[in-house]
Design a binder for this molecule. Sequence first.
Ligand code: ARG
Length: 248
Amino acid sequence: SQAWAADIELAKKSTLEGILQRGELRVGFEAGYMPFEMTNQKGEFVGFDVDMAKEMAKAMGVKLVPVNTAWDGIIPALLTDKFDIIMSGMTVTQDRNLKVNFPSPYIVVGQTIILNPKHKDTVKSYKDLNDPKYIVTSKLGTTGEEAAKNRIPKSTYKSFESEQEAFLEVMNGKADAYVYDQPNQVVLMAQQGASAGMIFLDQPFTYEPLAWAINKGDPDFLNWLENFLAQVKNDGRYERIYNKWIKG
Ligand code: ARG
């Protein structure tokens, strides 16, 4: 039918043309991953990725439409066109890269560990946790979970739906260690961990480039993003956002 033919035409066009026609940049992320995306007290989405998404929409001359999506469904949602791009602190993994394209990373992080205070003198590295007597937590479907399972394979792993729950389990003494991306742990330590005497093993033990993710087969969009990233990294916009959320 006509409609079907029109759909095919649209699908052949780049994501970029769709964004410009619609006048909207639809960005998928999962709020809760401080300091990259979270909901403030007014119910607004804020964070590093959100500010970068605002700059991106502004550079395109379109409106930003944030789409908050559960982490375990975020790649399927991109693949089925629920939004144009994932900006959600996603680590570039070889497995994910089979399904999506990643432009160059916008930051490099790694896994670190927050320990319950009772392990102050006994646990000095992730390697010391490699024993079934230790309960290690992280978030479902993340590289934190992968790191816990692969790098501390003998520990007892416990998965949570959110960063906050995985952290609280350790703070409440029901688990021993929370494994996650370093910038998230820096915020949790500053907000609640340090005052509760939690121990921060802050040397990353994995290499994790974080990048935006888009659908495969779209060189026009990839090209635009590469050049946008290079521009913001060098004209002060990246630095301003970085200093606001990460460095500060
Ligand atoms: N960097 C980690 C990963 O890619 C965690 C990202 C979690 N992001 C989020 N918005 N909850 O698995």
